[in-house]
Design a protein around this ligand. Structure first.
Ligand SMILES: [Ca+2]
Ligand SMILES: [Ca+2]
Length: 508
């Protein structure tokens, strides 16, 4: 059984990879006529005929997903009021002329019509708390919540208020619209409490990236970062030497000031996670065989990577300033920063930049790692509470209906809405060149999530960050934290065990 399941997973990964590497639609269209001219028609027909219907469909996922009549239920989702700078809204009240906003609005109405249901998105501050109250009181006001994972995920789980998505029989988590990277990184004891899927684009908006200044690259005759990436030379050392050649005490007062001088790197440091992920290591992981969390800080490769990270981020390095994010953004806008570390969604704030800029992933320590991932910083997740409403009055919470809704909207978003996000929101407005667009697509195909963040293990995160900034001894820091790590993670394993037991009762 287990082997068969993993074979399915492998197949899905292959399919997922194939989909995410697919050429943009324009290229496919322009290639098609040429082919029909040069190839004999008969050959084309015999080769494609059996699956022709499926291949021409622009909505292959939507075509095959179940679209049951949900009998008029209302699925009530609580989320925080949408950010003004990030695309995290699950719904809008009306058509406004914004391409992505309208695509989301139209998607939702389409799903409502096809499934005979209402999608009711309630936008309130503290959505995670409201979901908590709804489940605790048993009112079932909200069928789903959508909020920041670090702020609410572990809290809701430890209060026993979350139900794993794999307990819903209408949900199939191997479907590609469920982020397979998130499932791989965050599934513990076979339970998946955090919904990262193609209903929102917040995990893409929350992808950590480096924006780079194109003019400085030219002026200082530096290599193009994307070319380095393509030739497997985009390493932490390479980035470091580029940073060094740009840094300058512009006003000559012998001190570096983010408001005046020129820097190799500025922006947010994200607890130094991005380069761990690109280098194929993680602060902590779940060990399925031992059934416990592991702190990886003493592993040899983790130490090597951490020391390389510290060589950039250690306090006092004149090439770097991450003390003031806003000043860093201004310095980048003014052309005084080579690399600016921020979330992908921050392209919205950069349209007034003087110089041309591009997007590149964080570099890695070397190209030995086969498991490069691109770190997603504290995304919004979908939470499924242990109490939901029973709109159709069959005496059972409407879990099956919620599951069918999520599957349908995920399938449709993957086929239609996600393309609008990538093509018009990210690439059409923000990314100034094709290389950046290609880079973004590569990153989106392999996201990475941190368990210390997911379970809000702030003291563990803090221990690591202090070791980095002080260029401290990682092994001795890890040794000191071991006991606390065991204590904290035992509580999580216990909470997951209790949640699993509780939901077993619902399923019987
Ligand atoms: Ca200065
Ligand atoms: Ca019901």
């Amino acid at each position: 059984m287990k082997r068969r399941l993993s074979l399915f997973l492998v197949l899905w990964f292959v399919l997922f990879e194939a989909l995410s590497c697919a050429k943009p639609r324009e290229e496919q269209e322009s290639a098609a006529p040429e082919q029909s001219v040069t190839e004999p028609q008969t050959q084309t027909v015999t080769e494609t005929e059996p699956v022709a219907e499926e291949e021409v469909s622009e909505t292959p996922n939507w075509d095959k997903v179940a679209k049951p009549d949900l009998g008029g239920v209302s699925i009530d989702i609580v989320q925080c009021p949408p950010s003004t700078t990030y695309y995290d809204a699950l719904d809008w009240d009306e058509i406004t002329g914004d391409k992505l906003g309208d695509a989301i609005y139209n998607r939702n109405r389409y799903i409502e019509q096809h499934l005979n249901m209402t999608m009711n998105v309630v936008k309130e501050n503290g959505a995670g708390n409201l979901l908590s109250q709804s489940a605790l009181s048993g009112s079932g006001d909200y069928d789903l919540g959508f909020d920041l994972i670090q702020e609410y995920g572990a809290g809701l789980l430890q209060k026993g208020l979350l139900r794993s998505f794999n307990t819903i029989k209408t949900v199939d988590l191997t479907n590609p619209w469920w982020d397979q990277s998130a499932l791989r990184d965050m599934t513990v004891e076979g339970q998946s409490f955090f919904g990262l899927m193609d209903i929102s684009f917040d995990m893409l908006e929350s992808l950590t990236v480096l924006f780079y200044n194109g003019a400085l690259i030219v002026q200082h005759q530096l290599d193009d970062p994307y070319e380095l990436f393509l030739s497997n030379e985009w390493t932490i050392d390479r980035m470091k030497s580029m940073m060094e050649s740009v840094t300058q005490d512009a006003d000559g007062d012998d001190r570096m000031d983010i408001k005046k001088d020129r820097f190799g790197l500025a922006g947010r440091e994200y607890k130094f996670q991005p380069m761990l992920f690109t280098s194929g290591v993680q602060l902590m992981s779940w060990d399925d065989e031992e059934r416990q969390f592991r702190l990886n800080m003493m592993d040899e490769r983790f130490l090597t990577v951490s020391e390389a990270i510290a060589s950039i981020y250690v306090k006092g390095n004149p090439n770097v300033d991450y003390s003031d994010y806003n000043a860093g953004r201004e310095a980048f806008a003014e052309g005084r920063v080579l690399f600016y570390s921020r979330l992908l969604g921050d392209y919205n704030n950069m349209r007034t930049n003087e110089d041309d800029y591009g997007v590149i992933c964080f570099p890695r320590i070397d190209y030995a790692a086969q498991t490069t991932r691109y770190f997603v910083q504290d995304p919004d997740a979908i939470f499924l509470p242990v109490v939901v409403s029973d709109d159709n009055g069959d005496g059972k919470g409407d879990y099956d209906e919620i599951g069918s809704f999520l599957e349908a909207i995920g399938a449709y978003s993957r086929d239609v809405t996600k393309n609008v996000y990538v093509d018009s929101a990210v690439i059409g407005k923000g990314m100034r060149d094709q290389n950046s667009a290609a880079m973004v697509r590569i990153m989106m195909g392999n996201l990475g999530y941190d368990l210390a963040q997911t379970y809000a293990l702030t003291t563990i995160q803090q221990g690591f960050t202090t070791a980095v900034t002080s260029n401290g001894n990682f092994a001795s820091t890890a040794k000191k934290m071991e006991k606390q790590f065991a204590k904290l993670t035992d509580k999580i394993v216990e909470a997951i065990g209790e949640a699993a037991e509780k939901q077993q009762a619902y399923m019987d």
